[in-house]
Structures are given as structure tokens and as C-alpha cells.
Design a protein around this ligand. Structure first.
Ligand code: C5P
Length: 218
């Protein structure tokens, strides 16, 4: 049996995309499958943590021993995550929309003119809010999906959002990233980093939780 290395720890994990509704039939979404976040929630529960998974719109079964709240938009995800505090560990694995329509149309947008401009506004940064929360956590972990300059952008986010750790993965490659069952990634913290070579997401989740336990005890 696995050592119960997270026994007594309350872990909140966000996973999946968010959908930002334009009208009753259309939304802005992204290609996140939620697989990585769900695998992390499962791995943390296997170590004895009390796990709450805040899930965007995905079609994945709830992992054994995990509580789940389903949400749709970034604003709903923020409400569910902040409402789940206090917690010991937050792992922000969701691909939260960066922009959402300024207004949501009550009725279907009809096609008329040749052009349609969307008016979008920034969403709240859930991860940065959790990291800055009065309800101090022991460990706040973010994810960064990048197509280039992976290390540089990841370390930038680690500092800007005041995280304890950031896990970067390259997206837009054939073997890994969004939708894939496999991934390769690198975790960065203030004075260290660790590479995780290409493996199934379930395997990577276990190795990442090992690192989280190490950093928690560091
Ligand atoms: O800045 P960027 O969106 O690349 O950062 C990614 C990390 O920030 C992920 O952990 C994601 O869950 C989190 N995030 C968030 N709220 C947002 C945007 C990103 O929590 N509005």
C-alpha cells in the first residue's frame, strides 16, 4: 500500500477548461481535457489527502475518494475554489479562460453583417488570488501550458503569481499536452527544478505528488 503521506491534508485541485458563454448556444472554450488534473486529484487521494476537485466541463469520471464540484465559467470556478478555502494545498491545473465576453446575449446572436467583433474582458486570476489569500496555504502549485520559451515564461509566472511551484508543459506537440494521455513536463520552484520525461498522465501525477510531498516537508 502507498504511504499515507498526505493524510490530514486538505487538497483543492482545479481541472479542465472553462466555457465562457456568448449566447445560449455558443461559448469560448479551449482544448483542455482535464486528464492531468483528474489524475493529480486521484494520486493525492491515494496518499490519504482529503481532496476536492473543482472541474470545468469535461467528460471524466470522478476519481475514487475525491469530492467534486462541477463548474462552467472562470467566474464560477473562482467562486468554487475560493469557497473551498481554507486548504493546505491548491493545485491549479485548470485551463482557465483568460478572457470572457463582456456581455452575454440572452438570445442567439443572428448573422447579419459581414463582420462581428467580440468584446472580451479579462477573467479573474484564480491562482494568483489563492496564492495571495489571507487563508495562507502550505503550498500553491500552478501549471503553465506554453508553446515556446517554456522555462522563462514558467519562472516568470512563479514570481508574478507568488507561487510555491509551477509545472510547465509544452503544448502544440504531437506526444503530449492537451487531449493526450501522455505528457512531459518540468516543475520549477524558487531554488530548484525537476524534469518529468514523457509518461502517461497517471504516472506523471504520481511523480508530481511525490515532489509535492517533498516540498511540503522541505
Ligand atoms: O498565466 P497563465 O494563464 O498561463 O497561468 C496558468 C496558471 O494560472 C494555471 O495554473 C491556471 O490554472 C491559472 N489561472 C487561473 N486563473 C486565470 C488564468 C490562469 O487560476 N484566470
Amino acid at each position: 500500500a502507498l504511504a499515507q503521506t498526505l493524510a490530514g491534508e486538505r487538497v483543492v485541485v482545479s481541472a479542465g477548461p472553462t466555457y465562457e458563454d456568448l449566447d445560449p448556444v455558443r461559448y469560448l472554450g479551449n482544448r483542455s481535457s482535464g486528464k492531468m488534473g483528474f489524475a493529480i486529484a486521484a494520486a493525492a487521494a491515494r496518499r490519504g489527502a482529503e481532496v476536492l476537485l473543482v472541474a470545468g466541463p469535461v467528460s471524466l469520471p470522478t476519481p475514487v475518494g475525491v469530492s467534486r464540484i462541477d463548474v462552467r465559467s472562470a467566474v464560477q470556478m473562482r467562486q468554487a475554489v475560493l469557497g473551498a478555502l481554507p486548504a493546505d494545498i491548491y493545485i491549479g491545473a485548470a485551463a482557465v479562460a483568460d478572457y470572457t465576453p463582456r456581455t452575454q446575449m440572452a438570445n442567439k446572436i443572428k448573422k447579419s453583417s459581414e463582420r462581428l467583433d467580440l468584446d472580451l474582458v479579462r477573467t479573474p486570476d484564480i491562482l494568483a488570488e489563492v496564492a495571495a489569500s489571507e487563508q495562507a496555504l502550505k503550498l500553491v502549485v500552478g501549471f503553465a501550458a506554453e508553446t515556446e520559451n517554456v522555462a522563462e515564461y514558467a519562472r516568470g509566472k512563479l514570481l508574478a503569481k507568488r507561487l510555491d511551484m509551477i509545472v510547465a508543459n509544452r503544448v502544440g506537440i504531437p506526444d503530449g499536452g492537451f487531449e493526450s494521455d501522455r505528457n512531459a513536463m518540468t516543475a520549477y520552484w524558487k531554488d530548484g527544478e525537476r524534469d518529468f520525461s514523457s509518461a502517461p498522465k497517471t504516472e506523471l501525477a504520481d511523480r508530481l505528488v511525490d515532489l509535492i510531498v517533498e516540498r511540503l516537508n522541505a
